[in-house]
Ligand binder design. Structure first.
Ligand code: S3P
Length: 176
């Protein structure tokens, strides 16, 4: 199945709330299309030589947000990559402008209950560390929804779907 399809000819930018499945879908799409994945959090952590929680602790959130913006600007020189964005990336207008330059922006959504289930045993997300409950997730999601939606070219609901089904939906909608 690897590399079965011809790449899209533009970048695929995956956005959405923490735990909505961006990394999983980025990997699955990269297998289908032989496109490289840029996992923003992972690349930032590698370059800084520390984990995301350590970056937040040491330098604060605005520093991390600047790293995200700089990385997105840098990514505009790339073609045919899948960019898996951290959940906060679409909150900055400049980031949305950058991601739209070469990319089709795909918003993955999931219910707060689904998100909680996916993130509950993970400790890499400072914003959720002491807030692992449906109310907090639902509230933050609501605060972000308008900007998520405004950034998105395509919106895909992921609840109850397999990674393959989600990829099929992306292929059908992104190819149009
Ligand atoms: C964040 C999402 C995280 C990471 C950081 C902040 C956010 O990425 O960038 O913890 O503000 O939503 P994931 O969406 O990949 O978990």
């Amino acid at each position: 199945m690897s590399g079965k399809y011809v790449p899209f000819g533009f970048n695929i930018v995956l956005i959405g709330f923490m735990g909505c499945g961006k990394s999983t879908i980025a990997k699955a799409l990269s297998n289908l299309f032989a496109m490289d994945v840029v996992e923003m959090d992972q690349l930032i952590a590698e370059r800084e030589g520390m984990s995301i929680p350590e970056i937040f602790d040491t330098y604060g959130e605005p520093y991390f947000r600047d790293l995200e913006t700089n990385l997105l600007i840098e990514m505009q020189s790339k073609k045919n990559v899948i960019i898996s964005c951290g959940g906060g990336v679409p909150m900055r207008e400049v980031n949305v402008r950058e991601m739209k330059k070469n990319g089709k922006v795909i918003l993955l959504t999931a219910k707060p209950e689904t998100i909680l289930e996916r993130v509950k045993d993970n400790h890499d997300r400072p914003l959720l560390e002491n807030n692992k409950n449906v109310d907090y997730i639902a509230h933050l999601m609501e605060q972000r929804w308008e900007k998520y939606q405004a950034a998105a070219d395509i919106i895909i609901e992921t609840d109850g779907k397999s990674a393959f089904e989600i990829c099929e939906e992306i292929i059908a909608k992104a190819g149009q």
